[in-house]
Design a protein around this ligand. Sequence first.
Ligand code: PEP
Length: 252
Amino acid sequence: MRRPIIAGNWKMNKTVSEAVDFVRQLKVLVADVRDIDIVVAPTFTALRAISREIEGSNIELAGQDVFWESRGAYTGEISPSMLKDVGCRYVIIGHSERRQYFGETNELVQKKIKASLAMGLHPIVCVGEALEEREAGKTFDVVKIQVIQCLEGFSREEMEKITIAYEPIWAIGTGKTATPQQAEEVHAFIREQMGYITNRQISEGVRIQYGGSVNPDNISDLMVHPNIDGALVGGASLKADSFSSVVKFKRM
Ligand code: PEP
């Protein structure tokens, strides 16, 4: 039985005080939630303050990105040990915006996963196809290559710490959600591929989140499907009431 995980990716939004205000409201709104992992991913500058705010609550912290070296002359970068030090349990790796604007490749994503796991962080690894790829019928080819190149070679213990986020790029921030059936079809495919690179038992335990314009109105229809284990939420995670409604989705 996989425990659902709902994560809010704030991207480059919120000052420290806005972030603190938000999380104070969120804590109250989700205080009674026991059966879901709730994660927020603020900007690096707000991590420390949010870490203090969520202490003792049911909310956990994620970095939005990480570098693969542990220290040194890498201006602007943040290491896995720094994320750990500030109280992160999770880290988002390979988000499509990182791939698109900062040239992140599957090879770099794999290095970041490796370094994060070595520090005891739980990576949330993003994969997903672009619109042209879907329209050209290449969704499964693209996702398969991403899964293999990012995730092959990890041990059972490492795989157990990894969450995959399937985020079709055409659905991110566009208001266009994949239909629950489209999402389920790719999630089932990802699980199958994970089975080939590990084994069936391990792949059955890996959580696969859907991401792409998730909101309080569509989360329940997505979560009904057997291979959809949660959501990575951008826009709708920026307001405490909408994010808490996603977290407290109605089970059907
Ligand atoms: C995301 O940033 O991962 C995302 C899915 O964004 P949105 O929910 O806004 O589409």
